[in-house]
Design a binder for this molecule. Sequence first.
Ligand SMILES: CSC[C@H]1O[C@@H](n2cnc3c(O)ncnc32)[C@H](O)[C@@H]1O
Ligand SMILES: [Zn+2]
Length: 435
Amino acid sequence: MSSNTLLVAGGRVLRPDFEVVDADVVIDRDDGVIDAVGPDLAVDHEVDETLDAAGGLVIPGLVNAHTHVAMTLLRGYADDKPLDAWLREDIWPAEAELGPEDVRAGAELGLVEMIRSGTTAFADMYFHVPEIVDAVDRAGLRARLGHGVVTVGKDDEAARADVEESVDVAREYDGAADGRVRTAVMPHSLTTVAEPLLREAVDAARDAGVPVHTHANETREEVEPIVDERGERPLEYADDVGLLSETSFLAHGVHVDEAEIDLLAEQDAAVVHCPASNMKLASGIAPVQDLLDAGVTVALGTDGAASNNDLDLFDELRDAAMLGKLGADDAAAVPAAAAVRMATEGGAAALSLPGGRIEAGAAADLAVVDLDAPHLAPAHDLVSHLAYAVRGSDVRHTVCDGQVLMRDREVLTLDAERVVETARKRAVDLVARAE
Ligand SMILES: CSC[C@H]1O[C@@H](n2cnc3c(O)ncnc32)[C@H](O)[C@@H]1O
Ligand SMILES: [Zn+2]
């Protein structure tokens, strides 16, 4: 019998086989692990804290497998443009003005938003990573973090320094926040990092024992020059430089051909599907059902809040299921359960992080979704509801690593009001500097 036990009581539980059962969940808070799942567990367990899940569904905490969390400061700053123009004309000039405290403020805002919508783990590529690590440590989430490398437009010394920073950050912070923070080396994309430095980054990641995360095959405009200049597809190039492996995870994967899908499956590299960002920037429709059919691990990501424009992974679930059907011209494609799996187990697998399943021995990362709202009645099929009807605002409690991050919609680890106020001020000042 544990002396530091959290009980999630009286709800229904989404099991790994996607059956929904009436069950309590007992969590060992010291180990951050689920001890038991089953009916009436309060009877045989001494409990230190109870979360009321009556009328709710206990699900694995959602995994946002690709974002730039501090971009919350640029939410609504530049819309209705395609990727390249959006980055060059608006986003990159604004980001050039970002200081470490801006990134901290933007990250905290994003963390509050994710906790409030049931996300317990995420992957982030950005700048000023030490401030993001600190924010994640205090917020209590789990994350795979990295410094994004861009070498184009930089002289050799600056380009090399950017790669070094990504490797140094990955080495220094892997295992931070009691192991909740893991790292990766993060070259921004196959076109924004020059080949010799991309090779160095990949080799250094392997030496450091951390994954590589990059944007890949996001737009036609990005794919075509690679094919023209190299005579090979982007993911063949990525494979040549050693970037595809069982720990690497690639954001977007929109414009991938059959051979590239086979390559991803062979190398066991994961794809993070970002449907809202792909729609908003008109980047295209990823062949998600084809990826799944080939056995590729597919996760879901919001991308940054400037191309989404929120960090609510329930939106992504719905978009993934809807857009998957449109892209495949098949209403049976990307069914509800597949979308939910991508947002949970698929995300944890892509990021090589614990979580994604509610079962004894699994990490105690979970969310309790309130089923009382009118838009969730009736409840014929709760997996269907998770994919098509639940909103982030339906989440009642969020738990990560056995710690309660939100209880009855009150975020406990960060002062949400102060975070929002600080981010508002920082965003106004940032935009004034950028214009
Ligand atoms: C070098 S840190 C990360 C870098 O990525 C930018 N970014 C945001 N969204 C996207 C996207 O959809 N594709 C490519 N790059 C993106 C972000 O603004 C940072 O500069
Ligand atoms: Zn991105």
